[in-house]
Design a protein around this ligand. Sequence first.
Ligand code: HH2
Length: 259
Amino acid sequence: MTLIMGIVNVTPDSFSDGGLFYELDAAVAHGLQLAREGADIVDVGGESTRPGAAPVPPEEELRRVLPVVRDLTSAGIAVSIDTRHAFVAEAAVTAGACVVNDVSGLRDPAMRAVAARHAVPAVAMHMPVDDPATMQQHTDYADVVAEVVSFLRDHAALALAEGVPTVIVDPGIGFGKTAEQNVQLVRHLDELVALGYPVLVGASRKRFIGVLGGAERPEDRVPGTLAVHLAGVQRGARIIRAHDIAAHRQALAMWRHVG
Ligand code: HH2
């Protein structure tokens, strides 16, 4: 079965939904709506990691996400915390989040320690440097698929050895990658699946879909997103991270019939 992770960005500047869910009430209402539409887990983040985004101090990130995590978990929703900061992950998990989602690949020993101490699963996502501001200057891979697989193999093994109960790996679509490199990662997702960890894919509304699919505005990239995500599912992805949950539910239901 494929799980769907819905996205709530409590930020003023996310590339697709920046500013829409920045206020507590709007963020919580959106999380509840995603769950109603069929999200299995809701991913709450307080820092945009779009290419070139300015970093957010962890205290400000925590101020944004913590009340949202509290309200959604009290409503019985499974919440993951999307953060690069162990301090934010610690507080969110203490408030009820049940998964840590780290776009910096569990590089920080303190992040691995949080997931291990609280015995929660952790997502290790690949990015070439832990810096969204400059990551698009680091796309000079000799072999992008081999490098991403090797990075995730090493970081997942380290996390498991340090007591993280479950590691989910993610190729990091759009994080320090060209459009063609994103395509290669999806085409060769089976090489990541072969590591034996659950694989998460997050291509939702991302720029390469605009470039290759001819859709300028992020909200016009839903059909292209579905195509990429179904290709990922076909090659073994277990979790899909998405903005548009009803569309994904329908696409996955039909995929089960005909795929
Ligand atoms: N992508 C984004 C953020 N977090 N986490 C995982 N595991 N995988 C991803 O591909 C991923 C992620 C970026 O998308 P979004 O949250 O929509 O935008 P922004 O970073 O501008 O808030």
